[in-house]
Design a protein around this ligand. Structure first.
Ligand SMILES: C[S@@+](CC[C@H](N)C(=O)[O-])C[C@H]1O[C@@H](n2cnc3c(N)ncnc32)[C@H](O)[C@@H]1O
Length: 211
């Protein structure tokens, strides 16, 4: 997904429901300039670009921040606690905004979509990657069996947490189908909304422009 974004040095990215920062760290790599000669260090630092991770759970952010620092990303990433439905982010301030395996957990999806539209600069792009209920027919039986039998069983054995994995399977079935989510993105103002189905539709990337 990040390969498609065209994220460049100097740009600002926002990863909402960013959890422990896996996407943000990949963004940081994308917008990092090569280390310049010492004399131009300050100028280069200011044009490096910046990533903000926003997540409702401060404990996730803490883990992410420690991991990023361990990997050498000290200044490039800001960690902000906040709800996707009311982002503590300035309007028209980011070039790229994304939410990865997060929108399914948001109570009022349309509020979050409107917030993504608000914080993007004109010309900015929004990406959502999420599990989808619209799985290709030949896969569906096997996928349902895996989701409702194998996955909760594995959750219980490996993480001692059957309920979370049962919730995962159920919440995927409640999430809007790709065309419905596209319509909802268009309603808040996104244009040229594109749908890309991955792995027979198990996951889907939606993208749209604020023009
Ligand atoms: C499955 S994790 C995904 C984390 C990350 N995007 C990734 O792909 O590794 C879902 C995240 O959504 C966050 N979350 C749930 N509801 C949220 C909301 N309303 N606003 C912001 N974050 C939320 C959770 O705290 C959790 O960190």
């Amino acid at each position: 997904m990040l390969g498609q974004t065209g994220l460049r040095p100097g740009q600002r990215a926002l990863d909402v429901a960013g959890g422990t920062g896996d996407i943000a760290i990949r963004c940081a790599k994308a917008i990092q300039r090569k280390v310049p000669p010492q004399s131009r260090l300050r100028e280069a630092q200011s044009s490096r670009g910046q990533i903000t991770v926003c997540d409702i759970n401060p404990a996730m952010l803490r883990v992410g921040k420690n991991k990023a620092i361990d990997q050498g990303w000290l200044n490039e990433i800001d960690w902000v606690a906040g709800n996707a439905e009311k982002m503590p982010v300035k309007s028209e301030s980011v070039d790229l905004a994304c939410i990865v395996f997060g929108l399914r957990n948001v109570t009022h999806i349309d509020n979050a979509l409107a917030e993504f539209f608000r914080v993007l600069k004109p010309g900015g792009r929004f990406y959502c990657m999420e599990f989808s209920p619209s799985v290709a027919k030949p896969l569906k039986k096997l996928y349902d069996l895996y989701s409702f039998s194998v996955l909760p069983w594995l959750g219980e054995k490996v993480a001692n947490d059957r309920d979370s994995y049962q919730y995962l399977a159920e919440s995927i079935r409640q999430f809007p189908a790709p065309d419905a989510l596209k319509t909802r993105m268009e309603k808040v103002g996104f244009e040229q909304v594109h749908i890309e189905r991955l792995m027979g539709g198990i996951a889907v990337i939606h993208s749209g422009w604020k023009i």
